[in-house]
Design a protein around this ligand. Structure first.
Ligand code: ATP
Ligand code: MG
Length: 205
């Protein structure tokens, strides 16, 4: 019997992608028996509309080279190619249309992102479309994230998972490059080379 697809979606700005993202996606894949994880770099992220974000093409390509060796990881251009501000509800609806009603969608985030999710556009629709997998992230309190969901107007199906703790953030990587400090071993080697080649993040942020 053919089992309905279980698709993980790892959304993020990925400016740049790092091992924290990859570990969270891999753990979600295995713990939830997902068929694959689709990395979904945002176009113009709603939550970061005021911040200077690196071009979508660079972020997309870094995500591709970071995930290329993993047969269970894919990268989608869906949000990068969609004009205007990115809303996750549009992405989930498009994936639902593409994969059919039987497919199960799992949206993977870090615990810090739970605060944002509960305030997302069309929260009710989003909650209907996907189950959320929130990965532990150093510096962010799991119980506080749980409480945020409990007290939100729209209650989301959120599964909290423990992942090996990596206190890595894209913000820190950008600051490191700007200050000429190393980023090796914080993100895959090809991403380090890509950042050097294109001289990304060299201006202070
Ligand atoms: P920035 O510092 O620019 O916000 P970031 O490191 O938080 O970057 P994002 O692209 O904002 O990266 O994150 C995408 C998703 O990955 C979010 O759901 C975030 O919570 C999660 N995430 C990021 N870093 C980690 C980490 N070290 N451990 C677990 N989850 C993480
Ligand atoms: Mg972030």
């Amino acid at each position: 019997m053919i089992r309905a697809a279980r698709l993980g979606i790892m959304g993020g700005t990925f400016d740049p992608i790092h091992f924290g993202h990859l570990v969270a996606a891999e753990e979600a894949l295995v713990q939830f028996n997902l068929d694959r994880v689709i990395f979904m770099p945002t176009g113009m992220p709603a939550a970061k509309a005021h911040a200077a974000v690196t071009s979508a093409e660079h972020r997309y390509l870094m995500t591709v080279i970071a995930t290329a060796a993993n047969p269970d990881f894919d990268v989608s251009r869906m949000e990068v190619d969609r004009p205007g501000v990115t809303y996750t509800v549009d992405t989930l609806e498009a994936l639902r249309d593409a994969h059919g009603p039987a497919a199960e969608l799992f949206f993977i985030t870090g615990t810090d992102a739970v605060w944002e999710i509960v305030s997302w556009k069309d929260a009710d629709k989003v909650a209907d479309l996907a189950t959320f997998i929130a990965a532990t992230r150093p510096g962010y309190d799991l119980d506080a994230a749980r409480a945020a969901n409990e007290s939100a107007t729209t209650r989301f199906a959120i599964e909290f998972i423990e992942v090996p703790a990596l206190a890595i953030s894209s913000t820190d990587l950008r600051a490191r490059v700007a200050e000429r400090r190393p980023i090796r071993y914080l993100t895959p080697e090809p991403v380090v080379s890509y950042i050097e080649k294109h001289r990304l993040y060299r201006e202070s942020i």
